[in-house]
Structure formats: structure tokens, C-alpha cells
Design a protein around this ligand. Sequence first.
Ligand code: DGJ
Length: 725
Amino acid sequence: MIELDRGSRVFTLHTRNTTYQMKADNYNVLLHTYYGPRIGSDDLSYLIQYADRGFSPNPSQAGEDRTYSLDTLPQEYSTCGVGDFRLSSIEFERPDGSLAADLRYAGHERRPGKYALEGLPAFWGGDEWETLVVFLEDAAAQVSVELYYGVLENYDLITRCVRVVNRGTQAVKLRRCASLCLDFQGEDFDFITFDGCHTLERGLNRTHLRPGVQSVESVRGMSSHHHNPFVMLCHRDAGEDHSLCYGAALVYSGNFLAAAERTQLEHNRLTLGINPWHFCWTLEPGASFTAPEAALMCSPNGFGQMSRQLHRAVRENLIHDPLQGQQPPVLVNHWEATEAHFTQEKLLGIARAAAPLGIELFVVDDGWFGKRDDDTSGLGDWFVNERKLPGGLNALASRLKELGMSLGIWIEPEMVNEDSELYRAHPDWALGIPGRPRTRSRSQLVLDFSREEIRNHVYHAIKAVLDSADISYVKWDMNRSLTDVYSAALPAGRQGEVFHRYVLGVYDILERMRQDYPHMLIEGCAGGGGRFDLGMLYYTPQIWCSDNTDAIDRLGIQYGTSFCYPVSSMGAHVSAVPNAQTGRATPLETRGVVAMSGTFGYEMDLSAATQAEKRLIQEQTAFFKEHYELIQRGDYYRLTDLSGPFTAWEQVSPDRREALVSLVYGPNRAASPFRALRLKGLDPKALYQVNGRETRRGDVLMAAGWPLPMPTGDYQSLQLYLQAV
Ligand code: DGJ
């Protein structure tokens, strides 16, 4: 609900459990007055204190009042160069070379429904949304800034985005344009980020916000394995189930900057948006720029509640489900079994072993096209390699159909190998700086997806493949960071636009693919989880979580990922042991338990599986199919963090009649102590039958717990299925 008090110019946004407020003051500065647990719509500007602070300057309108300074007041969207020395949200260069921005309130509008963003992914929905637009203006620069707020009350979700318009007669260069700025007075926060590297993504890091700026960012042209565009602020005592925390996620897949600042007055500011590094967007007179959307979530009751609200909002208002609620197919992918060295017979051998085990989809990964026997050649040549797949994908699809399986394929549309027909025909299509040799990574170059003709060419080639057979799934991969970022299609003064135009180009093709094949499942991937963000999830309902399939490492990766992203979005497969990335051997049961808290599938040579393994795999796929609704759409509870002797989590159905508890032990030790696991989210009064046997009340299971069997070896696991009787 949006409440507007015209007299005091206070704008209050209410969601079910939270309230957000801003106010235009006497000098038309838009102040941020509150974001936290739900309260009334009182004007909260009484909390703001005015005091003369040394070296905090005063705007001319304040006259002799030295207590009024943009440097000390909580700002809704911070400016630069005119008195606020903290993190700025916006920076633009006027024709005279000046870099200041001074924004003042110029009006507002309340609109029913959700605002739309052209060419950018965003949360969607209908009547349940409300929109507030606040218009700000820099009169001297003739630049206006529109702040958009989407309120999705029942999900506790507030979305924000920003549109900058040049209303002057000369071009303006936009150098920074954050999607959100959030100021807090009088709080002592921890800053939580999700960081890592290729094969070890999204590890949780929590630090006390100390004086100065702490930030995470990507300059790789993708959101990256290294830092995620989702960050949190929380009270120092906040934990899984208590105290106040905030989450902020950028709906964007390119360079980002998330910065948190603790100021001289011990205030805190968070900004999140496109990374200003190498960003410069020219706004001709009348032109506008729209920054990506950011999503905000506040939980008065700890991280768990925040994650559950985010999961629901993302599942129901961001992801487009091509299967419209139906169970996603259990898949087998041959990549870890064969890499690019395969024959049709080898693939069919795996498929023949997989089909009777309940596996429904066969994914042909990298290597089916062009001259592609390893990663040094063939990228860009999107036509079937008939030496490997005689009769093409259609012949393979028919053979799979006979086995009761459908076909999926891997693609990497954004890339090209120099050893490819595409590169030989169009060497100038790769990103490259004139006069400099191009930088290779995985022996490949990046196509300039900011250029429409290049995108069109690639998409037409891929579309011909998709139309050549019955293909129900596509894995869209991306296997290198961007370097040599320069587009031959843009003049020198506009090269600062290429990173963002590239991302817009990727979104353009993904949107076309989504429109052209509305029932096809697209899985995102960037060398595993290098582009695991809400921008990609808008187009690809699931993303390959990591190239690391080791069940124990995956516990950490999936734990960190779960803070923002739902189980249904996490691509997770059972692979062979010893694991290809870590050399670790874990039981097949455990690998199944971990992969099952994701999209679930197999990535191993099933034709080599033993009878005992096959029996277990059959049980796993049957269990997943029976409970997929609970697993993928249940409320997700983290029962432990990663520091103890085991890691446990739980999915509870929205009506609390069912729950699934999963637990994985670490390395075993002699004389393990007796332990019990306390469950969460159950109906305290309900009687639950556990694994079809013993019954216990919900309050007992939550307060006293369930006794854990002593493990008899390393990395064992258990699952408890609870059903109210
Ligand atoms: C990286 C992906 O993450 C892998 O799953 C696999 O598809 C390879 N690329 C193929 O090149």
C-alpha cells in the first residue's frame, strides 16, 4: 500500500511486514526517513537530527543555517559535488565538463500495477502491484531523474529503478547511475556478501561495517563467480531466525557495484547498481537511460524469513516457468562423462541406461556442432557435426523418443573460436581494441553482442538448429570474462556504453528465444555459476549452480546461493566419484540428497553404473518425482550453517502438512557424540509421521528435535520425510 501525505510531502510504502518512507523537505531535498518493520504512516522525519558538523557544507538555500547539510542528512538518492561526500548514486558530465548533480523533488505520481522496463528483465505481475514515481530535477543541468518504486505487498517486496532524462539542448554524459541508495541513521550493521571463484561460488562472508566504504563488484562483463549482485545488511546480533536484516539484489547480469559505507556520523549507506567503472552513457537532448531494477527485502525475523520471502517473490513474480507448474524433467547430461569426445553410440548407451531409471531428458552438452572435439575450435559454427551425430539432432531425438526421453542441447551463443568458419568469415565480429592483440580465454573470443547484426546472425543459426528437431531444453553457457571491450560500431566517445549494451544484447536474444519457444526450458550457465543473478533468472528459470559437482563443496555453494535464490533455480546433478573437481568420494545416497535440493539430474556415465547403483538411482528419481512440489516450492529452512559436524536444511509445504529434512555429515570420527536435530516451520500442534513410521508432535520436533543416527563412515546423509497424520 502506498500512502501519500500531500501536506507534509511524506511518501510511505507499506508491505505486509515492512514500511518504507521518504519525505520531500522544505528545500525539496528528498530525504529517506525509514525502512524497517511495519509501522504507521507517521512522518518519521522527527528522527532526523540537525547539527553543525565541521567540513559538512550548506546549500545556498539554507542561508546561514549551518546545521543543514546534504553531507549529514539521509538521502533517498544521493547526489555529488554539491555537499554530500558519501557514496554518490548519480554522476553526470555536462558539456562544460562539470560533474556535479543536485537533485530536487519536482512531483510524484501513484500508479496502479507495476512499471515496465524496456529491454531489461524485471519483476512482473498485475493488479497486486502498486507503483510510486518520484520526479527529481537538476534545474541547472536540465536533467530529470525519475525514481520508480514497485510495491508487492504480500511478498514484502519493494523494487526500485531509475530513469534519467536529458531535458537540455546539449548532450550529457552519464557516468554513474545506481539503481538504489539506502540510508540508515543510528544502526550498527554487518555487511554480508556472497563471494568465491570458478568452482566455488557464493560463499557467505560477513563483516562488521567499519568506517569507510566496503564493496563488492564485477568488472568482468558478467555478474561473475567472484561476487554476487545480492548483498545484505543486518543488525550485529542477526541470525537465521532473529533480528533485523535487509537484502538487496540487482536484476542484472553485467558489471555491478554493491557498496556499503559507514560515515563520519556512524550512519550507513548502501548503493547498488551498474558498476561506474568503464561506464559512460551519452544522453543526447531528449534521450533517457534506464538503470536495471533492484529488489529490496527487509525481514524483522532474521535471514530465513528474508530468504523464504525472496524465493517466493522470485518464483512467482520473476521467473517465467515454461512448464507452467509441471514437474521439471529429471535429466542426464554427459559432460563430466565424456566432455566433447563422444559418438552417437556413446550417448545412446548412456541414454539406454538412463531411461529405465526414470530419467526423462537427455542433454547433449558441448561438442555436437562444427569442428568441436575440444575447446579450441568450433564455437560459433552452429550446425550439427554429422561425423559425431549422423542424421543430425533429429535422428538423435527420434532414437531418444523411442526410449521415452526428450532431447536438450548446449549452446554458447556469445562466443567464437578463431578456429571456426564464423571467425574466418567475420574476424571483426569479436570484441577487440584497434591496434591491440585480442586476449584469449579458454581459447575463445567474445562476439560483440552490442551489435544487432551479429546477434541476428547467431540467433538465426541457432534457431535453425532448434527448428531441426524436437528440442525441449537448452543450456545457454558463457565461458569467459569480457576483455578488449570495444565495439567497432560505436564512435570513440561512446565506448563506455559497450559493457551495458552487451548485456542488453544478451537479454534481447534470450527474450526472442523465450518468445519463439515458450515451452522450452532454458538453463543458464556461465562456467557453472558465473552469471547466477536475477537478470538471468528472468529468462532462464534455472542456472547451473557451479562446475563443482562435489557433494560436499556443493553444500557450501548451495547454502550461499539459497540466501537469495530458490531451490528450483539451482542446477544440481549427481556426478561420478572420485569427484572430477576435488577427488573426493562421497556415497551415492549423499550425492542424491544434495542434488535433489536443486533441479536434480545426473552427470555421469550411467552405462557404467552397477546394478546396485542403478537401483538406488531409480529410487532417487522416484522419490524426487513424488516430492518435487515440496522440494522445489516448499518453504526453505536452513537448519544449520556450515560450521558444524553436519549440514541440514528442510523444505516445508505452505500448509505445513509435509516436510522434507535433508542432512549431510562431514568426515566421520570415532566416538561421535549423541546429537539431535531441531526442525523448523512445522505446525506445533500437528502430529507428524516420520519416514512412515514413528509419529511426533510438531512442537516436540522443533523444540527437542529428532535423534540423529551415528554415521558409520564419511559424508553420510539422511532424509526425513514428515507427513501430518
Ligand atoms: C561449462 C559448463 O559449466 C559445463 O557444465 C559444460 O557445459 C562446459 N562448459 C562445456 O564446455
